[in-house]
Design a protein around this ligand. Sequence first.
Ligand SMILES: Cc1cc2nc3c(=O)[nH]c(=O)nc-3n(C[C@H](O)[C@H](O)[C@H](O)COP(=O)(O)OP(=O)(O)OC[C@H]3O[C@@H](n4cnc5c(N)ncnc54)[C@H](O)[C@@H]3O)c2cc1C
Length: 463
Amino acid sequence: MTAWGPNVTAIPDNRHITLIGAGLAGAVLATLLVQRGWRVDVYEKRGDPRVQGYGGGRSINLALAERGRHALRLAGADDAVMKHAVMMRGRMVHFLDGRTDLQRYGRDDSEVIWSVHRGELNVVLLDIAERAGARLHFDRGLSNVDFDARIAMFTDPRDGSTHQVAFESLVGADGAGSALRSAMTKQVDLGERTESLGHSYKELEIPPARDGSFSIEPNALHIWPRGRYMCIALPNDERTFTVTLFLPNEGDPSFATVRTGHDARALFERDFADALPLIPDLEQDFERNPTGILATLYLDRWHLDGRAVLLGDAAHAMVPFHGQGMNCAFEDCVALAEQLDAQPDRAAAFAAFQADRLPNARAIQQMALENYLEMRDRVDDDDYLLQRALERELAQRHPDRFMPRYAMVTFHRIPYARAFERGRQQRDLLVDLTRGHASLDTLDWNVVDAAVRERLSPLPVDA
Ligand SMILES: Cc1cc2nc3c(=O)[nH]c(=O)nc-3n(C[C@H](O)[C@H](O)[C@H](O)COP(=O)(O)OP(=O)(O)OC[C@H]3O[C@@H](n4cnc5c(N)ncnc54)[C@H](O)[C@@H]3O)c2cc1C
C-alpha cells in the first residue's frame, strides 16, 4: 500500500472494493468477492471477536434456512457452520394450560431450519473470509465519507484516533444503524423511513438440565403464544436455549408495566408457567439484558452511483418473525457479487442489484410483519389450524401447484416477491375452501381439486 498525503491509505484500482462492517453479511460478501478475483478490505467498528470474544449485544441465536445455506455453500462455509447448528423440525407450541403440540415446518426432516449461534457463526465466517484473502481491519468504525475525494474516515473506538482510507466503492454491510447510510443521505435522498413495531424484546436463558442434556425438546423452535405477546426459545449447541420475550411497549402487560425482574417473574407465573422453572436466572437476565427495539427500515434507493451501495440490514432491516433477516442478507451478497461480474461497471451493477433485490426485500419485510401476528395470535386458533391442515393436504395432492408460503420462503429460493404474491392466492383459496367447515372430513375433494387446478397455475421449478 502507498500513502496519499498525510494519514491517507491509497488503494485505487479497478478490482478493489471496500466493505463496511464485518458482521454476518460483510464476512460472506468478502469471501464471495475474493473468490471472484476482487481485492477486498473490510472495516469493522468492533474488535476482533476471535481475539476478544463476541460482543454482539443482540439476538444470541438465529434460524438459518435454505437461502442462507445456499450462500454459505457458495462461500465454502456451509460445512463449518453446520457443525454448530441445531436442527429445528417445527414449532413446539406451549398452550396456556401446559399442553404442547409440535407443528412441523415441512414434509419431513429434509424441510427443517437450523439454529446457529450468532457469535460462533460470525467467527467461522471471518476465518473463512480471511483465509480466502480478504483483509480485515478491526476497531475501525466508519465516521464520515468524502464522496467527492473518495476518502472514508474511520475512528478507532479504543483511543479516538482517526484514519483516512481512499476507496473506489464502499459497500455498507454495517447493519440497521448504518453509518454509510447516514453519509449517503447527506449526498442524496434515499427515501428513508423507519416504522417501529411498537413491540420490543428481551433475551433470557434456559441452561442445560442437571445431567448436561437439553432441558426441553431440542429439535424445535418453542413458542408460547399469548395473543398480543409471546415467548420463543431456540436451542444452542451447548445445550442451552435462548428465550426471547416479545411484549408491546405500551398497555398491560408491556415493557411499560413489566419493568423489573420481580414483574417479569409475576408475568411468567401467570402466562408462561411451564417455562418459569426452566429459567433459574429470570430476574437477573431480565434486569441485566438490554431491551431490543423492533422496526422495519424502508429505503427507496440503495446506492450512490458507483461509489456506494447498501445491503443486508443497512438497506432493509426487518422484524425477526420470519427468521429471514440474515438469510435475506446472505442472498443479497450472492446477488451483488453476481451483478458485479455481470455488469459493465459498478454503477450499473449497483443499480441492477437494487432493481433485483428491493422488491424482494419489501416482500419479506411484509411477510415478517404478518408472521408476528401468526406466531403470537394464530398458532392456537381453530380456523388457522384447519387451514394449515388443508394446506398440508393440498401440498401432497398437488405438489406441482400448491406449496405453503412458509416453505417457499424457507426451504426454497423462489424470489420473496413471487412467494408473497403466490401466498396471497393460496391463502384466499384456503379461506374459501374451509369456510363453513370444522374439519377436513366434510370437504368434497372433487370440488377442492378442481378449485386448485382452476385457481393455481403450475409452480415454476425451484431456482
Ligand atoms: C431478535 C432478533 C432475532 C433475529 N432472528 C433471526 C433469525 O432467526 N434468522 C435470520 O435470518 N435473521 C434473524 N435476525 C436478523 C439478523 O440478525 C440480521 O438480519 C442480520 O444480522 C443482518 O446482517 P448484517 O450483516 O446486515 O448486519 P449485522 O449483523 O448487524 O452486522 C453489521 C456489522 O457492522 C458493524 N458496524 C456497525 N457500524 C459500523 C461502522 N460505523 N463502521 C464499521 N462497522 C460497523 C457492526 O459492528 C456489525 O459487525 C434477527 C434479528 C433480531 C434483532
